[in-house]
Design a protein around this ligand. Structure first.
Ligand SMILES: Nc1ncnc2c1ncn2[C@@H]1O[C@H](COP(=O)(O)OP(=O)(O)OP(=O)(O)O)[C@@H](O)[C@H]1O
Ligand SMILES: [Mg+2]
Length: 336
């Protein structure tokens, strides 16, 4: 087969995440044992990310997307597992050991207002990561001008402060800063969620253009399945700290195997009013359980419309079906 998934399988992964775990000491509530309960934000997550691809990461608020992203980028230290990048397991490096690798792995935050230093001019914000490269002042100026052009900002924008830009322009500065050191991978954590819908498309198209011309890879986090469909080659779906399904984009959207994926997709509004009227919506019952006390067996079983007795007893592994689509479910859709 020559599908994108199989092409991807032929290439060596740029990033290999294996059994990644991130726990936080319990804050709210105490267990019956008396101690504070550990928050299991990311639990045993494994996936590969290939050069030049965009992998989407979706899931409801609180499922662990940002924690996973921050653990991979080493903005926080993972509790366990490995993150192989540039032939190193960066999960285990100290911040000092991580420093030379920073230029290969950059991060774009959700809220450009909060992530850009308010008293720095755009020029200095974009130039900041260039310190990793020991360039002359002239070289820095040239690179900043190039970057502002790349994200469709004007040269005169260089001397402005963040508050003098619109939200969309500020996110362009965040993207320019991430691109400055020519990384292999940018992790984007909800980069368009704080922006008006009318501005989102411009940023998404810019990301696509940049990828086409540079071959950069993205890990793109969003709770908006329409945005992910527009941008991503493959998509991973997270529920309560775990990846429950991972597939090539069209496969996932057209034939999800995990009931949770199906329910997420059933909530995406359709543009065609006729289809929208016929659409079968799956409304999940109950709230997402607390990550401090995840359900035994399949973590989704308490809300699942296909659950059987086995689901509360045995945790399903994330396994690949014949098409390469991976899902963690004892009774996947399409099987009966
Ligand atoms: N520093 C922290 N200390 C304690 N708990 C945390 C910390 N950061 C995140 N958590 C908890 O870990 C879980 C996952 O949070 P995270 O922010 O990764 O979710 P998310 O999927 O990014 O959600 P959202 O879509 O709202 O951004 C949540 O229960 C959250 O409360
Ligand atoms: Mg988040």
């Amino acid at each position: 087969m020559n599908g994108p998934l199989n092409q991807a399988a032929d290439r060596a992964p740029l990033l290999q995440v294996r059994g990644l775990v991130k726990e936080f000491p319990g804050g709210g509530g105490f267990s019956f044992g008396g101690g504070a309960r550990t928050i299991q934000a990311v639990s045993d997550v494994s996936f590969d990310l290939f050069r030049g691809e965009t992998l989407g990461l979706v899931g409801e608020s609180g499922c662990g997307k940002s924690t996973l992203a921050r653990s991979i980028a080493r903005l926080t230290r993972p509790t366990g597992g490995s993150v192989w990048f540039k032939e190193r397991d960066i999960a285990k490096l100290t911040q000092a050991e991580m420093r030379p690798l920073r230029k290969n792995l950059q991060f774009v935050f959700q809220n450009p207002q909060a992530s850009l230093h308010p008293s720095m001019r755009a020029h200095d914000i974009v130039a900041e990561p260039l310190r990793l490269l020991n360039l002359t002042r002239k070289e820095v100026d040239r690179r900043v001008a190039e970057l502002l052009e790349q994200v469709n900002l004007a040269p005169e924008h260089a001397s402005r402060y963040p508050h003098e830009f619109s939200g969309g322009q500020r996110q362009r500065i965040g993207i320019a800063r991430a691109l400055a050191v020519k990384p292999d991978l940018i992790i984007l954590d909800e980069p368009v969620s704080a922006l008006d819908v009318s501005i989102q498309a411009g940023i998404l198209n810019l990301l696509k253009e940049i990828q086409k011309s540079t071959g950069i890879a993205y890990l793109f986090i969003s709770h908006d399945l329409s945005v992910v469909r527009h941008l991503c080659d493959r998509v991973a779906v997270m529920y309560l700290g775990k990846i429950v399904e991972l597939a090539e984009r069209d496969v996932l959207y057209e034939s999800p195997r995990h009931p949770y994926t199906k329910s997420l997709l059933s909530a995406v509004p359709l543009h065609d009013p006729k289809l929208e009227k016929m659409r079968e919506r799956i409304v999940l019952k109950g709230d997402v359980p607390s990550p401090a006390a995840p359900p035994a067996g399949c973590r989704f079983h308490t809300r699942c419309f296909r659950r059987e007795a086995l689901c509360s007893m045995e945790e399903p592994a994330l396994v690949a079906g014949s098409t390469g689509q991976k899902y963690a479910c004892h009774y996947p859709l399409g099987d009966r």
